[in-house]
Design a protein around this ligand. Structure first.
Ligand SMILES: [Ca+2]
Ligand SMILES: [Ca+2]
Length: 154
């Protein structure tokens, strides 16, 4: 697994890139990058379970994507087209207190975009969240593999 210092990102298992180069790729419209405001969304197309996805993103000096506004939500959902994904994992869970989704710093969410009748904690086993192709959120089991996107704030 690629290990990057802070302000670097892993492009694959062995390649690290610096943030300035990353920024260049992003502004060049490289398909796995999406910029929104001061935020960069990046994916190498991998799928993983929540814990692995989170570790991958934090190891690269970023975090698991979590839209904080409608603009960011739209930007992230646009990546479905490139990833050919159904859900993209988000950096939030309700593992600590059922029904109370918090960000990775355990702060309550200030922006959400739930589908109707979600989150429903289906089968009592949905503590992770994915954004669907329609840009709406659904709580999902944490132990399945999903596409994921890392975010980096410059
Ligand atoms: Ca739950
Ligand atoms: Ca659900």
């Amino acid at each position: 697994m690629c290990k990057c210092a802070l302000l670097c990102l892993c492009i694959n298992t062995s390649l690290c890139i610096s943030v300035p180069f990353f920024k260049k790729l992003a502004t060049a419209g490289f398909p796995i990058f999406k910029t929104v405001g001061q935020k960069y969304y990046v994916s190498n197309g991998m799928k993983a379970k929540f814990d692995h996805a989170l570790k991958f993103c934090t190891d690269t000096g970023g975090s698991l994507a979590l839209p904080r506004s409608e603009a960011e939500n739209v930007a992230l959902s646009v990546m479905h087209a490139t990833l050919d994904s159904t859900y993209i994992l988000l950096g939030t869970t309700d593992r600590e207190t059922e029904g109370q989704f918090v960000d990775l710093n355990k702060k309550p969410l200030t922006f959400t975009s739930w589908m109707p009748n979600e989150p429903n904690n289906h089968h009592g086993n949905e503590d992770c969240v994915g954004i669907h192709t329609n840009a709406k959120w659904n709580d999902l089991p944490c132990d399945l593999d999903y596409h994921f996107v890392c975010e980096l704030t410059i």
